[in-house]
Design a binder for this molecule. Structure first.
Ligand code: FE2
Length: 275
């Protein structure tokens, strides 16, 4: 088994432009940084709402190996059946147990590193689910019992900064990384916590950034102005790819580095000429 492993986590892929910049970037980023595993939050990959089987298959084809989600996972109803057949697509583990799908997955890299991924969702300013702080510990315990992972990544899909920071401290030294998703705005607080867990409050959004969290500005702004219902569409305009690259020690499961990416298409094209 290798001594270290590199995990690339891509923040909420939003709509077609988010998928396209992911398709362009992934071969370059994985080669340049010798990435071992690519994980992405895909809950808004289908037109800005939900995920479908066809789109998930495309994203797997681009090089994403495991997908996480959140409150929008069921926006496209076919996800309810697709998720039963595709264990690499996770839903938050703290949904009731009878809900289709699972919130944890184990995979192994080519170099033999076992990687566990856990997806949970916050409860502050979100629909109430089971307690993510207790559920995440039981999911980790199950992974350890069944698979003995070398490293574990947790996607904490949540609105409140405080709840995400609390999850980071709750799991410091227990998992390799806690990455926040959902708010679509990347935070600049990436760090390694004292006991070795990489942490960022929000990885950000991979999609159109001239927008209001992904959707066209005009209807979203209008709704704030007049309070009337409005139909939201994904914004046009150039996308950006938001992600973090986590480097971890496979012997103790702790992180040694977390690097943040916020890349335009031009930035990605310039990677192609990087020696
Ligand atoms: Fe979300």
């Amino acid at each position: 088994m290798a001594d270290s492993v590199k995990l690339l986590f891509i923040g909420d892929i939003f709509g077609k432009s988010g998928r396209e910049i992911t398709r362009e970037a992934l071969p370059l980023l994985t080669k340049l940084h010798a990435v071992d595993l690519v994980v992405a939050n895909v809950e808004n990959a289908a037109g800005g709402n939900g995920i479908t089987g066809d789109i998930a298959e495309k994203l797997f084809g681009y090089g994403i190996q495991v997908m996480t989600t959140g409150n929008h996972v069921w926006d496209k109803k076919e996800a309810l059946t697709y998720i039963k057949e595709e264990p690499r697509l996770l839903r938050p583990a703290n949904y009731p147990s009878e809900v289709p799908g699972r919130g944890r997955f184990i995979t192994q890299t080519k170099s033999g590193v076992r990687i566990g991924i856990v997806n949970v969702m916050g409860r502050v300013f979100m629909n109430p689910l089971d307690n993510p702080f207790t559920v995440v510990r039981s999911e980790i315990a199950q992974l350890q019992l069944e698979h003995k992972p070398d490293v574990i990544l947790v996607d904490m899909h949540a609105e409140a900064t405080s709840e995400k920071q609390a999850m980071g401290w709750h799991l410091d030294g227990i998992v390799t990384a806690v990455v926040g998703t959902h708010t679509h705005v990347q935070t600049a607080d990436e760090r390694i916590l004292p006991k070795g867990t990489a942490y960022i409050t929000d990885v950000g959004m991979t999609g159109p950034h001239d927008s209001i969290i992904g959707v066209d500005v005009r209807p979203a702004l209008k709704r704030f102005l007049d309070g009337l219902p409005a139909r939201f569409e994904p914004a046009a305009g150039p996308p950006r790819l938001n992600a973090v690259l986590i480097t971890a020690n496979c012997n103790d499961g702790h992180s040694t580095e977390i690097q943040r990416f916020n890349l335009s298409t031009d930035d990605i094209n310039s990677l192609a000429t990087t020696p």
